[in-house]
Design a protein around this ligand. Structure first.
Ligand code: SAM
Length: 353
């Protein structure tokens, strides 16, 4: 299988595991790409690289400041091996500056480097909202109460040309109840106060809505086949997995069955699992063997259900929706005076009057 996937030096290669559509490799992704991929051979790279987190995680994140230097050679390889019609999708969480309630700019700097120094185009930025995210960092959010909960990751969608192949028809969303009502009652074309001309076409029922660039998925997997497999074999589950719906959104939108998808920082190989289900060819590369041992569980017989999509939201009752409160809903209360030092002095147990 690995020989069919790779164009270069494939005969020298030993896969950690192969499946019907793909293969996983235990290797450094940078060396692997340089050794085995010819240029313009990959349709999609979808990945969550190690983040430049302030508090280092077990799998060896680099410091935020070092991040760009570390990432650049990967960016250059990504550009080389992607087809002109291909895409690079990077899920990247933000980071806080140690000891103060301000944010690192590293993930924005990464986006700027990929565009200005490496020549990628920003096809679109997406935001992954994790509604189940805990309020952290506790010191700024729950103790001093001076920052909001940080619950979105940026997802940068880059392309080597301005015209990556893509269709939003592949990732449609169900209509909301209000839109359904509007379609039923009809809509009178008019000019909005904003100047937008809402034509009669707006009231045509296309069966589903065009998705926004906000993807709402909780990261709350607790009893999956993968986790049970890890428990059974005494393996640590990967500590920074993304939910399958994240790679799945982009794999559906940006590739056709049979296309080649690369997960260069594969972790537990979620990307491979999704590709297998969607009949895309795939390669996952991960440098820590323990994570690949666990990933094997994703490809055991019976590991995932037969149906292509794991979710079937009952669109008629708005199941599977996440609602966000309108910000003004609780704006009628008392206005606690703001601290003039911005909360720098730590005051605990402030008595509520
Ligand atoms: C954020 S995790 C990816 C998790 C993955 N998306 C999942 O859902 O399981 C990043 C992974 O990149 C791996 N990694 C770091 N440097 C690497 C390299 N040079 N080559 C291959 N993998 C690497 C880490 O070991 C870690 O498992």
């Amino acid at each position: 299988m690995s020989q069919q996937l790779l164009a270069r030096n494939a005969s020298m290669l030993e896969a950690y595991n192969t499946t019907k559509y793909g293969a996983m490799f235990l290797d450094d992704a940078l060396e692997f790409m340089a050794e085995y991929f010819t240029e313009s051979s990959v349709d999609l790279i979808v990945t969550s690289p190690p983040f430049g987190l302030v508090r280092k995680k077990k799998y060896g994140n680099v410091d935020a400041d070092e991040y760009l230097k570390w990432f650049k050679p990967f960016g250059l390889e990504f550009k080389r091996i992607l087809k002109p019609s291909g895409s690079l999708v990077i899920d990247i969480g933000g980071a806080w500056i140690p000891g103060q309630p301000t944010r690192s700019l590293y993930h924005y700097e990464l986006a700027i480097m990929l565009s200005k120094k490496i020549g990628f185009y920003l096809a679109q930025e997406f935001f992954w909202w994790n509604p189940a995210k805990l309020p952290t960092p506790a010191e700024w959010v729950t103790v001093r109460r001076i920052r909001a909960k940080d619950a979105v990751d940026c997802i940068w969608w880059f392309s080597p040309t301005p015209w990556p192949k893509a269709s939003n028809r592949r990732v449609l969303a169900p209509y909301s109840n209000s839109m359904r009502g509007l379609l039923k009652k009809g809509y009178r074309p008019k000019l909005r106060p904003s100047g937008h001309d809402i034509s009669a076409k707006f009231s045509v029922d296309n069966g589903a809505a065009i998705p926004a660039n906000l993807i709402a998925v909780p990261n709350t997997e607790s009893n999956s086949y993968y986790l049970r497999y890890c428990r059974k074999h005494g393996l640590p589950p990967h500590p920074a997995r993304f939910p399958a719906a994240i790679p799945e959104f982009f794999i559906r939108m940006l590739t056709d069955p049979g296309d080649l998808v690369l997960g260069p920082f594969a972790g537990s190989c979620v990307t491979g699992e999704v590709c297998e289900r969607l009949r895309r060819r795939w390669i996952c590369v991960e440098v820590v063997e323990e994570y690949l041992k666990g990933a094997l569980g994703r490809f055991e017989k019976g590991a995932h259900p037969k149906q292509e999509s794991l979710f079937s939201a009952d669109t008629s009752r708005e199941q599977g929706w996440y609602k966000v409160f309108h910000p003004a809903l609780l704006w009628n209360g008392r206005e606690e005076p703001l601290l003039s030092d911005g909360g720098k002095t730590r005051i605990l147990n402030r008595v509520k009057k």
